[in-house]
Design a protein around this ligand. Structure first.
Ligand code: NAP
Length: 306
């Protein structure tokens, strides 16, 4: 479907899994007059050129952001402050700057305090992703039937919020508006802690003695395989998420320890009743996820969704 562009000129600062999926949606539906892609390395930009994802490319965020109506920051969250410093002098009056970062409270100051007052910042986060990285990993259906969370700061321009929301609706997402701290607490338990657990289990398995380790890979379909998928996620992105959302993750980790101790004791003393009651409760949660249509991870059309 092609239509009238929502934005004349769009700068994507960072064009990996998320940025390239945004570019694909914009290309498919004609939502941007011109797309300029910015990455750190020439190699990534060469791939972007080969894939035809952008009209122009640059390793310089300021050059990419110049004259853009929409600047979308799609890089790991630790880069935000430096990128905001770079783009600030190049932004035109009335430009909208938005982002897709997985942590919202910590990034607000990093960006907002550095942008000129006549530029609108609309922070956001697509609740969609895979464990893959880079421009080849993106696909245009990534955001379909997923949530896009907007975490506006006080004074955030409603018209700018609406323009950003409209793009995400066209990408197939539903929009919700959340307070940034609340967002970070919810995501700490739904996304950040599961990744920490997966990284831990896979790391623990890797430290086992060699004769056990070889069997772990061989028989991984028994549950371990699902953890390895999550633990294969980008190390830089996840390093940044844990450092930027430290307090909420530590709070949820504390609660997890308490529950683990309950299960540990139940196993030690042979308390099947406690174990069964706990597992029945969690099975209900799984049913709720299925009913909400959030159980299948998004995958490119030609990818096996095991
Ligand atoms: P990615 O595939 O690793 O891509 C990151 C991109 O950022 C690359 O193009 C990289 O360029 C570029 N980049 C890194 N540092 C830069 C800098 N200083 N200046 C300019 N470009 C820079 O990452 P992603 O998975 O798309 O994640 C991007 C953001 O989306 C993160 O903030 C993450 O929290 C958020 N997010 C991710 C997911 C997910 O499932 N992956 C889901 C929702 C939100 P090079 O390739 O040249 O290094």
């Amino acid at each position: 479907m092609s239509g009238v562009p929502l934005f004349d000129r769009v700068a994507l600062i960072g064009i990996g899994l998320i940025g390239s999926s945004v570019a694909r949606v914009m290309r498919r539906d004609g939502l941007a007059g011109t797309i300029v892609a910015c990455a750190r390395t020439e190699a990534t930009l060469e791939t972007v050129r080969e894939l035809g994802l952008a009209d122009d490319i640059s390793t310089d965020p300021a050059a990419a952001a110049r004259d853009a109506d929409l600047v979308m920051i799609c890089t790991p969250v630790s880069t935000y402050a430096a990128i905001a410093d770079r783009i600030a002098p190049a932004l035109k009056s009335g430009a909208i700057v938005t982002d897709v970062g997985s942590v919202k409270a910590a990034i607000l100051d990093d960006v907002l305090s550095r942008l000129p007052p006549d530029v609108h910042f609309v922070p956001g986060h697509p609740i969609a992703g895979t464990e893959m990285s880079g421009p080849e990993a993106g696909f245009e259906t990534l955001f379909e039937d997923r949530w896009f969370l907007i975490t506006p700061q006080p004074g955030c321009d409603p018209a700018a919020v609406e323009r950003v929301a409209e793009f995400w609706r066209r990408a197939g997402s539903q929009i919700d508006v959340l307070d940034p701290e609340h967002h970070d607490q919810v995501l700490a338990i739904t996304s950040h802690l599961p990744h920490l657990i997966a990284y831990t289990i896979v790391g623990t398995a890797n430290d086992l003695e060699d004769h056990i380790k070889s069997e772990v890979i061989k028989y991984s379909a028994s549950g371990f395989r699902d953890f390895t998928r999550i633990a294969g996620s980008d190390p830089i992105m996840w390093r940044d998420v844990f450092l930027a959302n430290r307090e909420a993750v530590l709070e949820m980790l504390g609660r997890l320890w308490e529950d683990l101790a309950i299960l540990q004791r139940a196993i030690r003393v042979g308390d099947g009743e406690t174990l069964e009651a706990f597992f029945r409760r969690t099975r209900e949660i799984r049913r709720g996820v299925i009913e909400a249509g959030q159980h299948v991870p998004p995958a490119p059309p030609d990818q096996d969704q095991q």
